[in-house]
Ligand binder design. Structure first.
Ligand code: ADP
Length: 617
């Protein structure tokens, strides 16, 4: 594929910039992969931990599984759950669902059971492809199928022969958070993905390119990773570890010779901050999902002037990317633009009356074209609210998606991201609506009122802080309520939505209109420890210093030596911050693995002391 010049063609439709028509006629994704298998059957398609599937092996295994799915009753556009760790088998499963005419729903193995059940119910899922080790996480009443290369082909063929694929058919469903507490399933057709991965004017794809799959499959960054690789005949390197550490990412990228590397913004900042060496062999680095920091982008481009960098912007509803800024230089003092609409996408910056705003003024971004998803699954009201009639289109029924993002055109013709028009924030790379967590809390026993606010965390991201007024005004009875609520939320919500801390208050400050005055709430940066185990005070100097570092990073006090870093609210990005602090303080590089296997202060201190003793003096 050749790179076409990046353009911002103005169509004759006022208000919109870009062409909503992709460069090629849309095709179903699995047909593109099958074509690659015909063209180069022995070319490597998927590599993971020393194991490789060629294109022919990939397609043959996927066809076998597709036949079994159809024999088990899968009908056109049925949503099939996929509950598997990142692995070659997962890629086979996704392709099989598409070949069989279904749409996949990627499920996170570590989601709480309550959330998994509600997603499966919401999407009307009757069948889940599951890894044997995870089978007991599938609720009763749902058919389970495993991806097993040795499974016999079904003897009873499907009653309906497979239909030829169609680009308007659904390819997958991806859930995003909704402000009512109910996640919404974005229903994405093949056409929308095809426009992202073929003939892109913001990314050059070469057949010898090696892509990296590290995003959770429930998250739409994986759409680009997987289908850009397989639709273009490239090799896809699957990162199998659940716990992501910077060393392992750097090591895999280097040893596998990854050339196109997409890292979500939080992880990109950490890699550019402490593992710049990982990018040495990479040709094109992409990031997206949150505001990119100019200093990290500048650092990367200064170290590797030949490298191409893309800041990709876009909501799941317009299929991974809507606009991209692709460049090899960033002027000093410049923020990182979000660029132009990508091929197959049109965007407009409009005011509250849907009139285009002049250049330089802030307005809301609307997106249209081939990347639009079909709807929010089974939610016509929410769909009608966000996918609105396109007043600029000549074709009847045309829609545009209201992103809720505020942007402005800059004089050089690129878009600049300004912020959100609503309360939505990004927590650990995921869209989070604090209101959704408030709704969840207000349904719980003992809660009269809840307010959830975002707050900056020490890893450079955002965390949620909850304030709860209990139904029982007796302060004695509120003891332990915060801890209990956090435990209950963990059963229902994915970890990134569980507030870092829940503060119990007898009342909340009100403004003159009688509404909660969010700005007057005390912004705690330290909260009392909220874990089930007893407090055991540090004994040694190393334990004492480690518990202080733990406390600073996690914003919790006091820290006991038997407290677990991850129970206290630690996550992988904070783990990296901790290891950098340990390096600074003790002069040793402790591998991230050590923290995952020795997550309490006492265990980590022992491992650290051992490493200090082994060091040459
Ligand atoms: P993504 O796959 O990009 O994370 P989501 O649907 O989860 O998609 O989140 C989309 C939202 O994330 C956007 O509406 C915007 O608020 C924010 N976002 C995504 N990419 C960027 C970016 N490059 N710069 C600033 N904000 C971004």
């Amino acid at each position: 594929m050749t790179k076409t010049a990046s353009t911002t063609d103005t169509t004759d439709v006022p208000g919109f910039i870009g062409s909503g028509e992709p460069p090629f006629t849309a095709r179903p994704l699995h047909e593109l992969v099958a074509e690659q298998a015909e063209r180069a059957p022995h070319a490597p398609a998927v590599t993971c931990d020393g194991q490789t599937l060629t294109y022919q092996q990939l397609i043959t295994r996927a066809q076998g599984l597709a036949e079994r799915l159809r024999a088990a009753g899968l009908a056109q556009e049925d949503v099939v759950g996929v509950l598997m760790p990142r692995s070659p088998e997962l890629i086979v499963a996704l392709l099989a669902v598409l070949i069989a005419g279904g749409a996949y729903l990627g499920l996170e193995p570590d989601d709480p059971p309550g959330r998994r059940e509600s997603l499966l119910k919401d999407a009307d899922v009757a069948m889940v492809i599951v890894d044997d080790a995870l089978r007991d996480r599938v609720p009763d009443g749902i058919t389970t199928v495993s991806e097993d290369a040795a499974a016999p082909r079904p003897t009873t063929g499907p009653t309906v022969p497979p239909l030829p694929g169609h680009p308007d058919r659904l390819a997958y469903v991806s859930y995003t958070s909704g402000s009512t507490g109910e996640p919404k399933g974005v229903a994405v057709p093949h056409r929308a993905v095809d426009r992202l991965v073929r003939g892109a004017d913001w990314m050059e794809v070469r057949s010898e390119d090696v892509f990296f799959h590290i995003a959770p499959v429930a998250f739409d960054a994986s759409t680009l990773e997987i289908w850009a690789a397989l639709a273009n005949g490239c090799r896809l390197v699957v990162f199998p570890q659940v716990a992501i550490t910077l060393e392992q990412v750097a090591e895999t990228v280097r040893t596998e010779g990854v050339t196109v590397l997409l890292l979500t913004t939080g992880l990109f900042h950490q890699m550019a901050g402490s593992r710049l060496d990982a990018f040495a062999g990479v040709r094109h680095v992409l990031t997206g999902g949150d505001v990119a920091s100019p200093s990290h982008v500048g650092r990367l481009l200064a170290a590797y002037p030949q490298l191409v960098f893309t800041n990709g912007y876009g909501p799941t509803e317009n299929t991974t990317y809507t606009t991209c800024w692709t460049s090899s230089t960033l002027a000093a003092g410049q923020s990182v633009p979000i660029g132009h609409p990508i091929s197959g996408t049109r965007v407009a910056v409009l005011d509250g009356s849907l009139r285009p705003v002049p250049m330089g003024e802030c307005g809301e971004l609307y997106a249209a074209g081939a990347g639009l998803s079909r709807c929010y699954l089974h939610r016509p009201a929410a769909t009608a609210e966000r996918f609105v009639p396109d007043p600029f289109a000549t074709e009847p029924g045309a829609r545009m998606y209201r992103t809720g993002d505020l942007v402005r055109w800059t004089p050089d013709g690129t878009l600049e991201f300004v912020g959100r028009a609503d309360e939505q924030v990004k927590v650990q790379g995921y869209r989070a609506e604090p209101r959704a967590v408030e709704v969840e809390l207000e349904h719980m026993a003992g809660v009269r009122h809840a307010v959830v606010l975002p707050q900056a965390d020490p890893a450079g991201g955002t965390r949620l802080l909850a304030y709860v007024v209990p139904t029982d005004p007796d302060p004695g009875n509120a003891i332990g309520l915060g801890r209990q609520l956090r435990l209950d939320l963990r059963e229902k919500l994915p970890t990134y939505l569980v507030p870092w801390a829940i503060l119990i208050r007898s009342e909340l400050p009100l403004n003159r209109n009688g509404k909660v005055d969010r700005r007057a709430l005390p912004t705690a940066t330290r909260v009392p420890r909220n874990v089930g185990n007893e407090f055991v005070a540090p004994l040694t100097t190393v334990q004492l210093r480690l518990s202080e570092l733990w406390g600073e990073l996690l914003g919790v006090e006091p820290i006991g030596i038997e407290d677990d870093f991850f129970d206290l609210g630690g996550h992988s990005l904070l783990a990296t911050e901790l290891l950098v602090a340990v390096q600074r303080e003790f002069g040793v590089d402790v591998p991230a693995q050590t923290l995952f296997f020795s997550p309490t202060v006492a265990e980590f201190a022992t491992a650290l002391v051992e490493q200090l003793e082994e060091q040459p003096r």
